[in-house]
Write a protein that binds this ligand. Sequence first.
Ligand code: 15L
Length: 263
Amino acid sequence: MRVLVTGAAGSLGRVITVGLVELGHDVVGLDLVPAPEGTPYAWHEADCADGDAVEAVFAAERLDAVVHLAGAPEELSLPDELTSHVITTAALLDAMVAHRVHRIVYASSNHAVGRTPRAAGELTEQALPRPDTYYGVAKVAAEALLQLFSDRHGIDAVACRIGSFLEQPTSVRGLSTWLSHGDGVRMVEAALSAPAPGFAVLYGISANTRGWWDLEPGRRLGYEPQDDAEDFAGSIEPGPDDEAEAEFPGGPFAMARFHRPAL
Ligand code: 15L
């Protein structure tokens, strides 16, 4: 498959592009920054929030699918979050319709449901949107756009609500939220190749013994996670925020510094 990967120079993109190339895909990178030296595939330096720039990339490339990883990974103002996650997704979807590209895999986030009390039990794909930040609000809105384009144009769109994508877990929360690099590649590959998923949500988490999310929606699409954060449990030091971070799946994003006392 010829796959456009947005945010190809980012922390997700650097790993996912290598994995997709190893799996035999033909990758086209897209990022705000130039291609890292030695990048062995096509690259476009452009802002995904700029519809004309995105259209030019699609006009220049023959694409089979999009993996949309670009976006600010932290809490910004609401306008900045909407630009970073919603406007970019809309620009890509518009270009996909214009150029008949049928599949998008989207890096959504656990923060779309990050303020769901953990006491409510394991989070399934039926969980209602419950963002913990403007970042989470923007991920919810981007998922809604994917649903709309799936209903309106028949686009296959898989929203991957990613946990903590790291080489290895670094905190007690991470023992529940970790997505290993290998599982991240497996997740994207499954979301790219699942037959006719329509709009679908999966939780992008490894097979963590202490996981908080239902992995079945991913398994139905062919995502079989193979790693478990528990293998690192012995090397994780307890931290002062562990208890507070376990109250909501969004962890630090759901904690007091973003949530002022009620008016
Ligand atoms: C995310 O979605 C963020 O992009 C990342 O910065 C982390 O906060 C991660 O989730 C997480 O929840 O650990």
